[in-house]
Write a protein of this length. Sequence first.
Length: 488
Amino acid sequence: MTTSSETSARPAERTFMGHPRMLANLFSIELWERFSFYGMQAILLLYMTYSVTEGGLAINQGVAAGLVGAYGGGVYLSTILGAWLADRVLGSEKVLFYSAIMIMLGHIALAVLPGGAGLTVGLILVGIGSGGLKANATSLVGTLYRQGDERRDAGFSIFYMGINLGALIGPLITGWLQQSWGFHVGFGAAAVGMGIGLVQYTLTRKSLPRESHAVENPLPSSEYRKWLLIAVAFLIAVAVAILTGAVTPDNLADLMAYAAIIATVAYFTVILRSPKVSALERRRVYSFMPLFLASAAFWALFQQQFTVVLLYSEQSLNREILGWTMPAAWVQSINPAFIILFAAVFATLWTKLGSRQPSSPLKFALGLIFMGIAFLMFIPFSGGGANSTPLLALAMILLFFTFAELFLSPIGLSVATKLAPDTFRTQMVALNFLSISLGTTVSGILAGYYDQDNEIPYFSFSGTTAIVLGLLLVAATPAIKKLMSGVR
């Protein structure tokens, strides 16, 4: 039986905003990583689609949107590797540290190397590094709370606010630098931001709890050779596929979506068939499946901020402010600004409601419904041409993006740790990120169908589909709660 002392905070703990003190360190490293990640991503699509004379790569808009989606999907897909290394080889703390170094090197490559070479090397390094850092930072936040601690959802909301501080500042700086001095200077700022985060983490990493160094399910030394050969074979297969033309910029997003689906099925199968997973834990894993699908659908729309919303802002948004034209990339900072304003409100609400707050499935459903409403809000302003949409109108649409995100995204991080079997704690977090990988990849595929001539049908279909899925999840909530076996 769980005692009251086990469901509360550790005795005499030092706190940060009423939460375990270590939350502040993880808050900070995630802030700088997101600064660099979103700062780079805010100008990535523009870099791909701008003409060579404008400093870009002149890639077709549809192909570029698919590549952005595939890259974003790859980031979250690589959380599998980061989680596996943490649980079986290195522990979460070391994986996080090495991933941060890789991210910084990737941004340096984007800033220094020209053309396609810089784009390829930079995105691979940033993608794999970000995946390793995200899964393990989130897992470490989960270790700060004991089972049943009602502060958990609020703690993840605070952590999420740190993410969005970085997401707010990054596009403002890189967008301004890109407009003033070019894309490579903007990418350089992302590298500097990650460097600051790496220094900060290096100075504080020794104060992380002992659990952060634990290897939950150590890989036997006899299997090291086998897994090394598997890794080498995989890299050779990827290289051959690229050199023979089996993988191209045109089909990369589709292949990434298939990879995410295959990885998802494999991951659920491994967890459910493991003899280390109890019957109770297995029921909880089953309850996560509909939440996984809802999360993927949500991210397929939400991640279009970096494709459809950015293109819409470049083509249709009135960005004139007192005679000065605001960089299109700055639109990417509107949602993080709202997150910063409202994350504490949602965190306080969940804390005050305690056991009376909506269940996780119902929060997911509300996230989908608000996301659908946000897309429908584009319709009155669609098809108007250049400078036809007021900045305030887009801000209101992105406010609904924010409400949708706060209902679903931090709750997804939290519920993954709550439903996770003990042996698969970090890898269950990776499953949550796999839903984001699949959704992000699909967002790029969907964005390839967007253009100014079909805006109303595009926004109508996307919004209506999200609302219908949300209502279906509301209907399924009682059955899902039963499978969750006491977890809210």
